[in-house]
Design a protein around this ligand. Structure first.
Ligand code: ATR
Length: 282
């Protein structure tokens, strides 16, 4: 129940009405009997104004999503990993103001491991080069693929990801304009292409990729993008963004509440949340 001393958390971003984050975080605070509530704050103004307002209102923590994951960084103290990635998706209120963390990379590592995807020594393509792509690149580098390909509409941003990877990864890094004649074992789509605003579009053409074993699309609404439906048709493992969403959220929750949730409990939460959200209209 919301009381006078209930701590407030939330999501800042743009066009976030359909976010599942409130469901995840309110489920977690109920489960752990933590006196907090989580809601969404759609921000159309300058992100600094929103952060100053949140500070003034004593909001204890915020998740940050598109389009502010990078824009928010000058206004908070950025933790080491988030600094390397160059994007922040979690703010924790401290005596010195907000500290910015990145938990997206953890979400993608868990997505890969819990779905038994093997990326070691494989050739992987990252599609997109926004804040999420930097987190995906950071996570992938830890899992030691053989080559990482990066494809993005704006080539300079793909090159920026390659530059990040040069410091983290010993394998080959290749920026591509398209994937024609490129054999790839796995794809991670980080662009919004295929979401509800572009339901009939695919961010990459998978036909002719005879070595392709898996595709992760970080979109979770719709549950199956056209890209994932195409994978289903030809028997390629197709994973949506739900696991990434849940695991980055659980990691944010751990940071906010200074707790460690073990892997078994995390997986129970993931399964319960999947059941809860599977019956919802997204
Ligand atoms: P996030 O922080 O969640 O990664 P973002 O920073 O807006 O979101 O990045 C989205 C990525 O998807 C960007 O790489 C963007 O390409 P640009 O770098 O050219 O802007 C890519 N993207 C967005 N809409 C796209 C579209 N319609 N076609 C192709 N790529 C698109």
């Amino acid at each position: 129940m919301i009381k006078g001393d209930t701590s407030v958390y939330g999501l800042v971003g743009n066009n976030i009405k359909g976010s599942l984050s409130p469901i995840i975080h309110n489920y977690l605070s109920d489960y752990y009997c933590i006196n907090s509530v989580y809601t969404t704050f759609n921000v159309d103004t300058d992100i600094k104004v929103a952060i100053d307002g949140a500070k003034a209102l004593n909001i204890q923590g915020l998740n940050v999503t598109m389009p502010y994951k990078e824009d928010v960084m000058p206004f908070v103290e950025v933790e080491k990993t988030a600094k390397i990635i160059g994007a922040v998706n979690t703010l924790k209120f401290t005596d010195n103001g907000y500290v910015g963390h990145n938990t997206d990379w953890y979400g993608i590592i868990k997505t890969i491991t819990i779905n038994n995807i093997d990326v070691e020594n494989k050739d992987i393509l990252i599609v997109g080069a926004g804040g999420s792509a930097f987190a995906v690149a950071y996570a992938l580098a830890k899992l030691k693929p053989r080559k990482i390909y990066i494809q993005n509409r704006t080539k300079e941003k793909a090159v920026a990801i390659a530059n990040l990877l040069h410091n983290l990864f010993e394998g080959e890094i290749i920026v591509v304009n398209n994937t024609k004649n490129t054999q790839i074992h796995g794809i991670i789509n980080t662009t919004p292409v295929g979401n509800n605003d572009s339901i009939d579009m695919m961010p990459v053409n998978i036909h002719g990729m005879s070595q392709l074993q898996f595709v992760i699309d970080i979109i979770y609404n719709p549950r199956k993008t056209k890209l994932l439906l195409e994978c289903d048709k030809i028997g390629i493992k197709a994973i949506n963004g739900f696991d990434m969403l849940v695991y980055q959220a659980i990691r944010s929750f751990e940071i906010w509440n200074d707790i460690v949730i073990n892997d078994m409990e995390k997986s129970i939460h993931r399964n319960k949340l999947l059941n809860i959200t599977n019956t919802m209209c997204l």
